[in-house]
Design a protein around this ligand. Structure first.
Ligand code: UDP
Ligand code: MG
Length: 318
């Protein structure tokens, strides 16, 4: 099989209030592009595309200033914060329109080791259309984050959702995949659940996750939990079925209670007391409420989908 020629690459970097990390990142990525160009791994027109996700700090000013010195630093800015997943999507979509052969998405804080980018490009040259960056060392994450992440991947496994364990949004995506993605119109994106369903020839490269160099994580606990819930409800309808399963269990329990009371009654032991009644009523009530809330969640999702709002609004480009 003949290797692919060096691609026109865009590095897609979502940025939200990253003024503290950005100067370092801009320099590191510019140097990386230079090195890869010198080694003939990518075409000389390759660039970095920074997606400013409605930052309120000096992120955009920093990008503008850098763009004036370095045309290979490009930028697009959203009118409002649209979220990390939409920022990555926008970057992929614009790069596709601007004619790239492949993109690599990575976080602005450089927690994903950019040293493995040449390996990703090597996989691309071998014919892979998606190359996943997989963390083989999470020691820089807190044990809480490691534990919850582990539980999340297990849970998704039980729900039959295909995920690449320990892969976040650090990945190379080649043009055929970028084009295929145009057909996906869902509003609530969960990219790491979407990519493994696409097929194509895929590869993996392993790296150790570094710690954030500066600034704070933009994913505090609540946002992480809501992102995990988005992942579950975007990729699986199992919770809806879980509601049905739980009601079946409840019905069984009620049946057993009825039988027990009936036989006790025959034996002359009258069951008295309202405690049991209250318990049953509460139990049923809570199960019903739970089922309702699960349905509500999916209906809310349908609501967001049918509104067909744009995922993001581009205000300026560099
Ligand atoms: N990010 C974004 N929009 C948001 C939140 C985050 O574009 O609403 C970007 C952020 O600038 C960073 C990446 O997404 O480049 C990952 O965020 P972060 O590093 O804070 O997440 P963590 O590594 O803590 O999970
Ligand atoms: Mg980070």
């Amino acid at each position: 099989m003949s290797a692919r020629p060096a691609p026109l690459l865009a590095l897609v970097v979502p940025c939200y209030n990253e003024e503290e990390t950005l100067p370092r990142t801009l320099t590191a990525l510019a140097e990386l592009l230079e090195r890869c160009k010198a080694q003939g791994l990518i075409r000389p027109e390759s660039y970095a595309l920074y997606v400013d996700d409605g930052s309120r700090d000096r992120t955009w000013q920093l990008l503008e200033a850098r763009h004036r010195q370095d045309p290979f630093c490009r930028g697009v800015s959203f009118a409002a914060n649209a979220g990390h997943q939409n920022a990555v999507w926008a970057g992929m979509d614009m790069a596709r329109q601007w004619g790239v052969d492949c993109i690599i998405s990575l976080d602005a804080d450089l927690q994903d080791d950019i040293g493995v980018i040449p390996d990703m490009l090597a996989r691309y040259a071998e014919g892979c259309d998606i190359v996943y960056g997989v963390r083989n060392d999470r020691s820089t994450d807190t044990s809480f984050k490691r534990g919850t992440a582990h539980f999340f991947y297990r849970l998704m496994g039980w729900l039959n959702v295909r995920l690449i364990p320990d892969h976040a949004d650090y990945r190379l995506v080649a043009r055929p995949v970028l084009e295929a993605l145009q057909g996906f119109e869902e509003q609530t994106l969960f990219l790491r659940g979407l990519f493994p369903t696409l097929g194509f020839k895929t590869g993996k490269v392993y790296y150790s996750r570094l710690s954030r160099q500066a600034g704070e994580s933009k994913y505090p606990l609540l946002k992480m939990l809501s992102f995990a819930w988005r992942g579950i409800t975007s990729c699986s309808a199992a919770p809806l079925r879980l509601a049905g399963f739980m009601s079946l269990l409840c019905m069984l329990a009620a049946l057993v209670c009825c039988l027990v009371s009936f036989f006790k009654y025959l034996e002359g032991e009258v069951i008295q007391g309202w405690t049991s009644l209250i318990i049953v009523a509460l139990l049923l009530g809570s199960v019903q409420l739970f089922c309702l809330s699960v349905m509500g969640e999916y209906i809310a999702k349908i609501f967001t989908e049918v509104r067909r709002r744009p995922r993001y609004i581009v205000e300026k480009t560099l």
